[in-house]
Design a protein around this ligand. Structure first.
Ligand code: ADP
Ligand code: MG
Length: 471
C-alpha cells in the first residue's frame, strides 16, 4: 500500500471515532513522510496542529497503523512548514474522507463532530463518552468535580468563570465537555458552545481577514455558555486576546457562564495580558491532579465497563501501579491491551501488560537505550513459561504422570518446543522423562490439529507464544 492510500484510509477510520471536522482542520496538508523500521513519520505543516494531533490522537493513530502495518512501534511527528504550499506527492484529498455533516444541524445526537447554530456560531459536539457521571473524582479531584456539578446545576450563578487547569491528559477536556453536556440536559434551551482555543484563534484570524469583526461579536450574542478548552494557546496572540477580552466581557456582563481550561493557572499564563489574567481568576480556579493508585484502579474499572470487557483484577492492578504520568496514558494502555486481546485472541498476562506499558512509554526512554538485542530462546524458557501459565509443578510437567490437568500443558509444551526451536522429537522426549519419539510426535500432531478446532487451546498457544516473545 502506498503512503497516500495508507494515510487516506487511516484518516477515514480515525474520522469514524472523532468526526470529520477535526480531520479537515488538524490534518490539512499533513502527509506520511515515510514508514521505516516500524516507525511511521508524519509531516504536519504547523506546530499547533502537530501539538494537537500528538496530544489527542497519537495513541489512536498508532492503533490504526498497527492494523494496517502490524509491528508499528512508534509514530514520529515532524513540523514542515513547506507542506502548506508544496504539492507533496503523498498529500491526501481530505474531501474524499467520509463524514456525516448532513446531520450536523441536529444538536443532541451523539457522534457529530461540530454543529452550526443560530447566527453561524459553531460548536464542537460533545463527546458522549465525557460526562460528569463517568468522571471518577477520587479524593484528589473532588473539588473540581464538585465545582463542575455546581455550575451544571446552576450556570452563571457563583462560579463564573470556572477555570480548570492541570497537566496533559488529566481530564480537563472530559470535565469541560461533561459540564456542557449536563447544562444542555438541565436547560435544553440554552445555547452551549464548546470550542478549542485553536478554533477561537482561527475564527479571529478569519474575521480579521474578511474585515468582519463586527459580525464576529454578533455571533457570540446568542451564546449562554461559552466553553473554551486549552486557552494557554492564546499566549502572544494579541488580536485573539483582544477579541477574547471583548467577548468575555460582553458575556460576563450579560450573566452568561464561561468555562475555561488551561495547562497552568491564570497567573502563570505567559504572554497573556494582565487584564485577561485577572478576569480569568475572578471566579473559581481549580486544579486537576493525577490520581493516586486507588483512584486509578477505579478509573480502569469504569473504562472496562465502558468498553464492555472483563479483565483480570491483577492485570488492572499492574496497570494502575505502573502508569502514573497521566490518565490518558492509563486509558491508552488499557485500550491497547483490549485491542491486542481482540486481535490476537489471547488473554493478557502480567508480562504482556508490562510489554505494552513499556512500549507506550518508549518515547521517553533516552535514544540509544531502546532496541533490545534479539532474544534466543531455550527449552527451559518454554518450560518456564508453560509452568507459569498453567500454574503447574515443573516436576509434574516433566514427569510421565498421566493426569488430565497435566497432560494438556505437557503436550502444549512439547508442541511449542518443536514449533519454536525445531528440536527433534527424540530430544524433546528426553526432556520429558525419556518419552518415546512417537509419543512426542503424537502430542505435536494433536495440538497442531486442535489449534484449528478449539478456541481455548488456540488462546493458550497464542498467549504463551506472546509471553515467550515470539508473537
Ligand atoms: P486533558 O484535556 O486534561 O488533556 P482529557 O480530558 O482529554 O485530558 O483526558 C484524557 C482521558 O482520560 C480521557 O479519555 C478521559 O475520559 C480520561 N480521564 C481523565 N481523568 C479521568 C477521571 N478522573 N475519570 C475518568 N476518566 C478520566
Ligand atoms: Mg484537553
Amino acid at each position: 500500500m502506498n503512503y497516500k492510500t495508507l494515510w487516506q484510509e487511516t484518516l477515514s477510520r480515525l474520522a469514524i471515532f472523532i468526526g470529520k471536522a477535526p480531520i479537515l482542520s488538524l490534518f490539512k496538508d499533513s502527509v506520511i513522510l515515510e514508514s521505516k523500521d516500524n516507525i511511521v513519520t508524519i509531516g504536519v505543516p504547523t506546530s499547533i496542529a502537530c501539538q494537537f494531533i500528538r496530544e489527542r490522537y497519537e495513541i489512536r493513530l498508532l492503533e490504526l497503523f498497527r492494523q494496517a502495518l502490524p509491528g508499528t512501534a512508534e509514530i514520529r511527528f515532524e513540523v514542515r512548514g513547506s507542506l502548506l504550499e508544496e504539492d507533496h506527492p503523498h498529500k491526501v484529498d481530505l474531501k474524499l474522507i467520509q463524514g456525516d455533516e448532513d446531520k450536523k444541524l441536529v444538536r443532541k445526537l451523539p457522534n457529530r463532530s461540530e454543529v452550526v447554530m443560530k447566527g453561524g456560531m459553531r460548536s464542537k459536539m460533545f463527546n458522549p463518552r465525557y460526562t460528569l457521571a463517568n468522571f471518577i473524582p477520587g479524593q484528589e479531584n473532588r473539588l473540581v468535580h464538585a465545582a463542575c456539578l455546581a455550575v451544571a446545576a446552576k450556570p452563571s450563578n457563583i462560579y463564573n468563570p470556572l477555570f480548570i487547569y492541570g497537566g496533559v491528559g488529566l481530564g480537563k477536556t472530559h470535565l469541560l465537555q461533561g459540564v456542557g453536556h449536563e447544562i444542555l440536559k438541565n436547560y435544553p434551551q440554552k445555547n452551549v458552545v464548546y470550542m478549542t482555543s485553536e478554533r477561537f484563534i482561527n475564527e479571529v484570524v478569519e474575521a480579521i481577514g474578511k474585515r468582519h469583526t463586527l459580525s464576529f461579536k454578533e455571533r457570540y450574542r446568542n451564546v449562554d455558555c461559552l466553553i473554551v478548552d486549552d486557552i494557554q494557546f492564546f499566549g502572544n496572540k494579541s488580536s485573539t486576546q483582544q477579541e477574547f477580552f471583548h467577548t468575555f466581557n460582553e458575556l460576563y456582563d450579560a450573566g452568561k457562564q464561561i468555562i475555561l481550561s488551561s495547562d497552568r493557572p491564570p497567573k502563570d499564563l505567559d504572554g497573556l495580558e494582565e487584564r485577561l489574567k485577572s478576569r480569568f481568576g475572578m471566579g473559581m480556579v481549580v486544579e486537576v491532579i493525577m490520581p493516586e493508585v486507588e483512584t486509578r484502579r477505579a478509573i480502569l474499572n469504569e473504562k472496562c465497563q465502558e468498553h464492555q470487557v472483563l479483565i483480570e483484577p491483577e492485570i488492572l492492578e499492574c496497570i494502575a501501579q505502573n502508569v502514573h504520568e497521566s490518565v490518558r496514558e492509563l486509558e491508552g494502555v488499557l485500550i491497547q491491551i483490549i485491542a491486542e486481546m481482540r486481535l490476537t485472541q489471547t488473554t493478557p498476562t502480567l508480562q504482556s501488560t508490562m510489554q505494552v506499558i513499556n512500549r507506550l512509554n518508549r518515547k521517553i526512554i533516552p535514544v540509544g537505550e531502546s532496541a533490545k538485542p534479539a532474544v534466543t530462546h531455550t527449552v527451559d524458557d518454554i518450560i518456564t513459561a508453560v509452568v507459569a501459565h498453567f500454574k503447574v509443578e515443573k516436576n509434574d510437567l516433566l514427569s510421565t504422570l498421566r493426569k488430565k490437568e497435566i497432560m494438556v500443558p505437557r503436550q502444549i509444551c512439547m508442541y511449542l518446543i518443536r514449533e519454536i526451536l525445531h528440536c527433534s522429537y527424540e530430544s524433546i522426549g528426553e526432556n520429558f522423562g525419556g518419552k518415546n519419539h512417537t509419543t512426542v510426535l503424537h502430542a505435536y500432531q494433536k495440538i497442531a490439529q486442535y489449534i484449528h478446532q478449539d478456541d481455548a487451546i488456540r488462546r493458550h498457544i497464542n498467549t504463551l507464544k506472546r509471553d515467550i516473545g515470539v508473537l
